[in-house]
Design a protein. Structure first.
Length: 403
């Protein structure tokens, strides 16, 4: 482990929006369990190797209890969606967590994704129509990357997509670690909570064919269902996670493919590579954001280093996904890579519940763009693309394209 004199400021910026920080490779090789200083000034432990990250993410002794008195604050203003009372309403571990996942996972099965795919394709086609009508150059993030996942998750939750600008502000406030004050973050959380509470009340009075109505129909906790408070927080969590992460990944994936024109040309020549290309873009994402924080309830050893109780651990899945011990030519994009056991969606019981949805949306976006805009290209040099600063989930502030 590093000495106190070697505490590194975290997160590490890459030289450009799509390049990995140089620190990842050095830490994987020399210091896989490292001391880092978070934006709050508190210290945490950073894990960068694949095996360590996968193990910790699957270990129930590492929890999401980031509001513990001795847990590191992620930012000076508190840590947004990762901390506070709201983050503890859904059970973090044990049978309670598994029960919650079973209830919600019914809406994210492969069968349901197949059923949703035509509607996703139709939405993507319409959004591309609008972008083309506006003429080049365009911002693909604003025109397609952001609205598509919003429309899809709004439909699944039965909330009006015309409120997407409000959702965008709320999720940005909850996921950003540096841009907002604690008061601003708390105000957004209260507004969002009130909105979703009113929505759940309306669904109870007039159910629809959506996830929240289905959760309400199961009944109260004594009948195997969730409390109203848990349903509200579930809706908030899915709305944030269901659009922010995928919206950002759409932009980054397309930028990776257009940044090296041979990749786009290869997909045009062989669209059957779309599925494996999506997986490889997820693995190669160097601008994934903060990583997943975990809190340790008891002492444990990781890579020969003892971590005391009360340690806050940051799991860098993005660094782990470039571990040469697991992936051949780990820093290169292999569009046909298979198998591809990346950790972009986490691992174990806390792996991303909506990963089938995200994969389907990414595949649909690629299929529609390849078919509709084969001449698509970046409108600025790749090095000029700018990352969104301070966001727990990494992304590009815009993606200028022409065709």
């Amino acid at each position: 482990m590093t000495t106190d004199e070697q505490v590194l400021n975290y997160p590490f910026p890459g030289e450009t929006a799509l390049e990995p920080p140089a620190e990842w490779e050095r830490l994987r090789e020399q210091c896989p369990v490292a001391h880092v200083r978070l934006p709050s000034g508190d210290q945490a432990t950073l894990l960068t190797r694949y095996d360590d990250v996968k193990r910790v993410l699957a270990d129930p002794r590492f929890t999401r209890q980031l509001n513990a008195p001795d847990a590191a604050r992620l930012s000076a203003e508190g840590g947004g969606v990762f901390s506070g009372e709201m983050s503890q309403i859904i059970p973090d571990m044990g049978e309670g967590h598994l029960h919650w996942r079973r209830l919600v996972a019914r809406w994210f099965t492969a069968k349901r994704m197949i059923a949703l795919r035509p509607a996703m394709t139709e939405i993507a086609e319409r959004l591309v129509d609008d972008m083309v009508a506006a003429g080049p150059p365009g911002d693909l993030r604003a025109a397609l990357g952001f609205p598509l996942p919003v429309y899809v998750i709004c439909d699944m939750l039965g909330v009006p997509a015309e409120d997407r600008d409000r959702f965008s502000h709320w999720s940005d406030a909850l996921l950003n670690l540096t841009r907002y004050t604690k008061a601003e973050t708390e105000a957004s959380q209260i507004e969002f909570f009130q909105y979703m509470s009113e929505h759940v009340t309306a669904k109870r009075a007039e159910p629809g064919e959506d996830l929240l109505s289905e959760l309400i129909a199961v009944g109260p906790p004594e009948d195997g269902g969730l409390s109203d408070l848990q349903i509200v927080v579930t809706g908030m969590g899915l709305l944030v996670a269901g659009h922010e992460t995928t919206a950002n990944m759409i932009g980054k994936m397309v930028a990776m493919l257009l940044g090296d024109r041979s990749r786009w040309e290869r997909l045009l020549a062989d669209p059957s590579l779309v599925r494996t290309t999506v997986e490889e873009a997820l693995r190669l994402d160097a601008n994934a954001g903060f990583g997943l924080p975990r809190y340790l309830h008891e002492e444990i050893e990781v890579s020969g280093t003892a971590l005391p109780r009360g340690t806050t651990v940051i799991c860098s899945m993005a660094s782990a996904n470039r571990d040469e011990g697991v992936f051949d030519a780990a820093d290169e994009m292999d569009m046909g890579r298979s198998p591809n056991p990346h950790l972009a969606f986490g691992s174990g019981v806390h792996s991303c519940l909506g990963q089938a949805l995200a994969r389907t949306e990414l595949q649909v976006v690629l299929e529609v763009l390849l078919r509709r805009l084969p001449t698509l290209e970046l409108a600025v040099p790749q090095e000029e693309l700018r990352r969104v600063e301070g966001l727990a989930v990494g992304g590009l502030s815009e993606l200028p394209v022409r065709w």
